[in-house]
Design a binder for this molecule. Structure first.
Ligand code: DAH
Length: 339
């Protein structure tokens, strides 16, 4: 029995020192000290011992029990310490580490100015409408008084999907689409992408943006056109802006004009910004050609109107002093981050 007790002590020593969790430790305690445990099993057989042996074995058995209880307490404390250490290691936070900045995006410079233009025209009672970027030859040219053999088509060469379907070269087709659908009074602007097969350089891109404008009503005159364009220029460039109208030609307006703004850098003296001209071209405009009204089913004897087309990139370049149009489309954050 003495040997049995010694072997229990020995095996307890090995097992308790390697147990790896509180749950396993408890299971092991039951295995040794529980009611049906190994040590209890031996104590139950004490009755068979002689009176001489009994106290000695009893003493040894108590000693072994105390030993095992100490092993349990010691291992339990050790496990707790290990658990805490592991937790601390796993949940370690380096409060000196630099944070991850959440960068909030912002509007593209073209959108910043476009939103301003929309506000200006909304303030004058214009609605914003849009049209398709893939157009038919009819809407992009034909209905705008640019028949198949018209020489002005040469300046607006574009990308063809088929003989009669193309990427629009101008936002002017939205004029036709609007007049077909809506009876006067009409007062709309239509911003959007347009396409031309131009080679890329600092002032040309095969994709750029225009803002079309159209007003049709009874008794609309050139004075309304000039007043509206002048008001627009003053809102955009300041109340002291000076504008001028130059005669021009567009097939879908008659008469036609281009509007220039006096260079706000040199006030007409001539400088690098205005290429020494003192004036900067801002938009094309004119009175809607009677033929165009007719094509759309609007009687030119009863109604008249004016139209205009603004190049967005040009205005934004002047506004922010950008000298290369390619910057708008390259998505370089060093550029975009400046607005
Ligand atoms: N569509 C013309 C262009 O791309 C611009 C333009 C000029 C539009 C005069 C108009 C206008 O509505 O009246 O060159």
């Amino acid at each position: 029995m003495k040997d049995q007790l010694e072997s229990i002590r020995q095996s307890a020593k090995e097992k308790f020192s390697s147990v790896a969790s509180q749950v396993d430790l408890e299971a092991l305690r039951v295995q040794f000290l529980g009611k049906k445990g190994e040590l209890t099993g031996i104590l139950k057989q004490m009755g068979r011992l002689s009176a001489e042996e009994r106290p000695k074995i009893g003493q040894l058995a108590n000693e072994v029990r105390t030993n095992i209880e100490n092993m349990i307490a010691e291992r339990s404390a050790q496990l707790k310490r290990l658990e805490t250490e592991n937790r601390l290691r796993a949940e370690r936070i380096d409060v000196t580490m630099p944070g991850k900045a959440q960068e909030i995006g912002h509007k593209h410079p073209l959108s910043i100015v476009l939103d301003e233009l929309k506000d200006i025209f909304a303030g004058m009672g214009f609605n914003v409408v849009t049209g398709p970027e893939v157009e038919t030859d009819y809407y992009n040219f034909e209905a705008l008084n640019l028949p198949k053999d018209h020489p002005a088509r040469d300046t607006q060469d574009t990308f063809y999907i088929s003989e009669n379907i193309l990427l629009r070269t101008q936002t002017s087709p939205v004029q036709i689409r609007t007049m077909e659908k809506q009876k006067p009074p009409i007062r709309i602007i239509s911003p959007g992408r347009v396409f031309r097969s131009d080679a890329v350089d600092a002032t040309h891109s095969p994709l750029f943006h225009q803002i079309e404008g159209l007003v049709v009503d009874k008794g609309v005159t050139m004075a309304d056109l000039k007043g509206t364009m002048e008001t627009f220029a003053r809102r955009l460039y300041g109340e002291d802006s000076v504008v001028r109208f130059r005669p021009h030609h567009f097939p879908f307006t008659e008469p036609s004009a281009e509007m220039d703004i006096q260079c706000f850098s040199c006030h007409g003296e001539g400088c690098r910004l205005c290429k020494n001209e003192g004036w900067i071209e801002i938009l094309g405009c004119g009175m809607v050609h009677p033929k165009v009204l007719q094509i759309c089913g609007i009687d030119p004897e009863e109604y008249s109107g004016f139209a205009f087309g603004i190049g967005l990139e040009r205005i934004v370049m002047r506004r922010f002093n950008i000298d290369d149009m390619r910057m708008f489309y390259e998505n370089d954050l060093r550029f975009l981050g400046q607005f």
